[in-house]
Design a protein around this ligand. Sequence first.
Ligand code: SF4
Ligand code: SF4
Length: 110
Amino acid sequence: MAQIYPKPETRQALEVFCMMAGEGEFFDLSTKPITREQFRIGKDADKIRKPERAAGYFITDRCIGCGTCVGICPQNCIRSTAIPYVTGEKHCLHCGNCYRECPAEAVVRE
Ligand code: SF4
Ligand code: SF4
């Protein structure tokens, strides 16, 4: 740390803390497509019910199968084998392109 923050005033950016419990999500940008995982920490982490799906962008029954979202998804993670189309949550970058450009307003953000 002394090499990264050589001056005392730069060390003010450091804040040491201890996290006892919590949950979160991380993106691994080193994989292509990127991958996303959820995690929980704390002694009761295994007792907390996992949400049915992570927060993100999801396609609803309003989808008309126009294909616009498939063409603009930078992760190529929208499955178009059936209508409604499905976003690939694990690889979704949360860019919101599908949400903004869908002509049927079929994409929701949760
Ligand atoms: S842009 Fe909207 S309507 Fe078109 S395929 Fe995608 S989700 Fe469905
Ligand atoms: S939010 Fe972005 S990455 Fe995720 S499905 Fe929509 S267009 Fe693809």
